[in-house]
Design a protein around this ligand. Structure first.
Ligand code: NAP
Length: 261
């Protein structure tokens, strides 16, 4: 699906933002607000979320069909630069973007929000994978607040004697692959008070989450700290190679420096 709000002018530089994050949406807005008359901006979404952030500019949705197909898209659409603003755990699309940009000779910048770091009073146990966190989970109590997104929930299917409070953004179409769970759906930002009340109401013993970073979902970590709860934190995969910035303003500077719109 492609929604073209402006007729692309082939004389203008064309920025492709690989999105699905708040940062990608903020970048699209910043570029279209300030340079929309001189720059074509397209955001690409995987197309899995029912209610994505409202996005200005051009929007395409759905996979490209792998790195080679993305490289073809870059050439066909005369893309001048790619901003990989995908989620830090979205490994495949970032690897594809690196290969596609190299193949099509298109400059690429990674925009990745800073990760979270533990503070005094935190009790974090860090793991390289969700599987490793699931293997150690039984030692931390049976009532688990699970905020790892949808894809890897089945990893917890075999954890014995556990009850899960699962929070997702969208309502899934099928039952979750867990024996004992309660599902809540909501999108941040969450307040510390609300997160604390939620964990207390469900008598949570342990929080399992991924080091996504960002402000919208950080409150659960403060709530766990105040309640003295352990946090099983899945570390980020290695960052994609190449130039990277941590905020939208730096991404805009990089684009202006390269494309001079
Ligand atoms: P992934 O495993 O890295 O990507 C799987 C496939 O989905 C890619 O090979 C690509 O298909 C397609 N895809 C992913 N992002 C795309 C994009 N922005 N535009 C077009 N196609 C895309 O990705 P994921 O972890 O499933 O995440 C999917 C999307 O959700 C990403 O855009 C990401 O920013 C967002 N998101 C992910 C998480 C997370 O925890 N992983 C959290 C919040 C938001 P083709 O190979 O066919 O091109």
């Amino acid at each position: 699906m492609e929604r073209l709000l402006a007729v692309p002018d082939s004389n203008q530089p064309h920025v492709l933002i690989l999105g699905g994050t708040a940062e990608a949406a903020t970048l699209a807005r910043s570029l279209t607000d300030s340079y929309g008359d001189r720059l074509d901006v397209t955001t690409s979404l995987a197309g899995r979320t029912c209610a994505p952030f409202p996005l200005p500019g051009n929007v395409r949705s759905g996979g490209f069909g792998g790195a080679e197909a993305m490289a073809k898209y870059l050439k066909d659409r005369q893309v001048s630069a790619v901003i990989d603003a995908t989620h830090p755990f979205a490994k495949q699309i970032s690897a594809n973007a690196a290969n596609a940009c190299a193949g099509a000779n298109v400059p690429r910048l990674v925009l990745s929000r800073p990760t979270w770091s533990p503070e005094a009073g935190d009790n974090w146990i860090e793991f390289d994978t969700v599987e490793m966190a699931a293997a150690d989970l039984p030692g931390f109590g049976g009532r688990v607040f699970l905020t790892i997104g949808m894809h890897e929930l089945s990893v917890f299917a075999t954890v014995a004697d556990a009850w899960f409070l699962v929070r997702l953004i969208d309502t899934p179409t099928n039952p979750l692959p867990l024996a004992n769970y309660q599902l809540i759906t909501s999108r941040g930002p969450f307040s510390v008070a609300a997160e604390q009340a939620l964990m207390e109401a469900h008598q949570i013993d342990v929080l399992v989450t991924k080091a996504s970073g960002g402000d919208a979902t950080v409150a659960k970590l403060a709530a766990a700290r105040y309640l003295g709860l352990p946090v099983l934190m899945v570390r980020r995969p290695p960052a994609p190679d190449g130039p990277a910035v941590a905020d939208v303003a730096a991404a805009v500077d990089w684009i202006l420096g390269r494309l001079h719109p």
